[in-house]
Design a protein around this ligand. Sequence first.
Ligand SMILES: [Zn+2]
Length: 287
Amino acid sequence: MRPPKFPVLDDHFHLDPRGKKWKAVNEFKRSGGTHIILVSKPYFPYPYRTIEDYRRIYETTLRLARESEEKTGVKVFVALGPHPADMTENVKRGMELENVKELMKQAIDLAAKYVEEGRAIAIGEVGRPHYEVPKRIWKASNEVMEYSFQVAKELGCAVILHTESANPGTFKEIASRAEKIGIKKEKVVKHFSGPLILERENFGLVPSVISMDNLLKAAIAKGNRFMMETDYIDDPKRPGAVLGPKTVPRKTYKMLESELFTEDDVWRIHCDLPRKVYGIEVEIRWK
Ligand SMILES: [Zn+2]
């Protein structure tokens, strides 16, 4: 294999201790991928009762990242946070909403510690459930999301948001919460975004676009201020539930070959914007 000409970064990727793990990252690499934002997920059965449950999740993410880097040479950056689903899942199992909310805030504090130590680069994915929930859960979720903005603002790091499927109205509402707290909107990434590329569609938040042909084509027709992701989940029970690990590099090269992306677009999407958002270096190291 020849080293790639430019970086290719998947902005939202998961690995699972029961899944393909580093082998999925190797597939990504063999298709031309060079960098991954690896996001923690609820690997273990609910309920989560203490902060130690979150420490175990975060350490698992870090271990999966380290193993992948060692075996493949792909640069893996880590994002850590309490998943928005944790709220409903824990309440469903009889925990008090107030306690769940406080624990999720503690989990954000713990994620911040890892960022401070340089072991993670962002807080996420946090936010609110993508499904209908009772009002009090919605309210508590927003409170946790705003807390993540507060902590990230103090640290100067990014937040990766998981929310209901977003239209410009959703972006506007979240952007106003970001403004209220005072976090820079270029530090707030909306994971699983559609092609909402224009300022009047995303209100300054950063769209991480799901890498499907139609969405990428619609996105690039409007501009190149976006990142690309798969939301690969590495779940052996749900193969093909989402886009596979090769998708971002494959689609990037395909878009380039069909002249829908210029080389400048590729650099903007995979290097300049991630560097600005996360404060990371996106260099090609190859082994
Ligand atoms: Zn995710």
